[in-house]
Design a protein around this ligand. Structure first.
Ligand code: PLP
Length: 405
């Protein structure tokens, strides 16, 4: 997306950016949606609205094709070996709950350990913590180094024959740090642990190839990659998904039912109980195509340039502390203003028409480990511009000066 003209064309495709006169820098929370995604969902409801899989009629066939076509698009996007390994969920949170309930419940024994990084979102921590409490397993955090990176030597020494699950955040939503999962996954696999990757903040910013990564499970949410809310993905290796019991019961996950017992459906339907989010899956499929049409590498390069500019300019503002800004940050950058509450900074930026996120970012253990109550976070998407970064930095500099007076 190097040329300005091309950039404006992209921005024009996001009605949410034009309806609201603001500089939207809260993309890690959720992205705006392009016209093509809105149209794909609208078209579905207008031209092929029917329930999937069950109908004998033409409309149901159309709906089923569109819905299953979306699964194919997800498969291609993350280079999954088989479409049956792609499960639709409501989002990363549900993907993690599914895993903890289905895999965790049946795998974990008293004394077993689940290693989880300190960057982890509550959506990862809490499902594993709850299942640990039920099974007698232990949740063991991978600590941070002073610069906010994960402590790799601590990780290595925490891995043991007790480690059954390793849950890693691909890119931290609070700090924008990227875990070296290419190095971390083989270490966990060498111990025989199952590796779960939370890709919620990664899929919109870099190419993901689950086969090359060698993880066992990969989860993400549609709404953080230009798709709708209410839809997400859990990819898992077929052999594991086949062994795992269903997570919810009813509807499409059934093969045959009698009052004596139930035969469950094959993959992926075994894990998709009830009527799925059909329009949302179609919207997600279109969003992933949209990313591919633009080119994920071009998007990443554009966002990296915005990030470099923001870091460079923010470093000039006195009283401002950038969190974990040594090395690279991907998509998101956190900061605090000395002596000021992060919420106040967020409110003042909002008054200038700049949307950022302030708080603990659903990462309270991370904030505790950093000795903070929270932070302000800016996060970029493909449609953000250098002018927006300038406007944000200048507004923030004014706010800091104003508060100093
Ligand atoms: C890293 C990370 N994991 C998990 C989640 C949960 O995603 P969702 O609310 O879409 O289920 C988020 C959302 O902010 C996130 O940033």
């Amino acid at each position: 997306m190097p040329s300005e003209a091309a950039l404006h064309q992209v921005r024009d495709q996001f009605p949410g950016l034009h309806e609201n006169e603001l500089i939207y820098l809260d993309n890690a929370a959720t992205t705006q949606k392009p016209d093509v995604v809105l149209k794909a969902m609208d078209d579905f409801y207008k031209t092929s609205n029917a329930n999937v899989h069950r109908g004998a009629h033409r409309l149901s066939d159309l709906a089923t094709r569109a819905f299953e076509g979306a699964r194919d698009k997800v498969q291609a996007f993350i280079n999954a070996p088989a479409r049956e390994e792609v499960l639709f969920t409501r989002g990363t949170t549900e993907s993690m709950n599914l895993l903890a309930q289905s895999l965790g419940q049946h795998l974990l024994q008293p004394g077993d350990e689940i290693l989880i990084d300190t960057w982890a979102h509550h959506a990862c921590i809490v499902p594993w913590q709850q299942i640990a409490a039920k099974t007698g397993a232990k949740l063991v955090p991978i600590p941070l180094l002073n610069d906010g990176e994960l402590d790799q030597s601590a990780y290595q020494s925490l891995l043991s024959e007790k480690t059954k699950v390793v849950s890693l955040t691909h890119i931290s939503n609070a700090l924008g740090k990227r875990a070296p999962i290419e190095r971390m996954i083989p270490k966990a696999k060498a111990q025989g642990a199952y590796v779960v990757i939370d890709g919620a903040q990664a899929v919109a910013h870099e190419a993901v190839d689950v086969q090359a990564l060698g993880c066992d499970f990969y989860a993400f949410s549609g709404h953080k990659c230009y798709g709708p809310t209410g839809i997400g993905v859990l990819w898992g290796k077929r052999a594991l998904l086949e062994q795992m019991p269903p997570y919810q019961y009813g509807g499409e996950m059934i093969d045959t039912v009698s009052f004596e017992g139930t035969q469950f459906n094959t993959l992926p339907y075994k894990f998709e109980a009830g009527t799925p989010a059909i329009a949302e899956a179609i919207g997600l499929g279109r969003a992933l195509e949209f990313i591919q049409e633009l080119g994920i590498d071009r998007i990443a390069a554009h966002e990296a340039a915005l990030m470099a500019k923001a870091k460079n300019e923010l470093a000039k503002i006195g009283k401002l502390t950038l969190l974990a800004a040594k090395g690279s940050n991907h998509g998101a950058l956190s900061f605090n203003v000395t002596g000021e509450h992060h919420q106040d900074i967020g409110i003042l930026l909002d008054q200038e028409g700049i949307a950022v996120r302030c708080g603990h970012h659903c990462c309270q253990p991370l904030m505790q480990s950093l000795g903070l109550k929270g932070s302000c976070r800016v996060s970029f998407a493909l449609y953000n511009t250098e002018e927006e970064v300038d406007a944000f930095v200048s507004a923030l500099a004014d706010i800091v000066e104003f508060l100093d007076d």
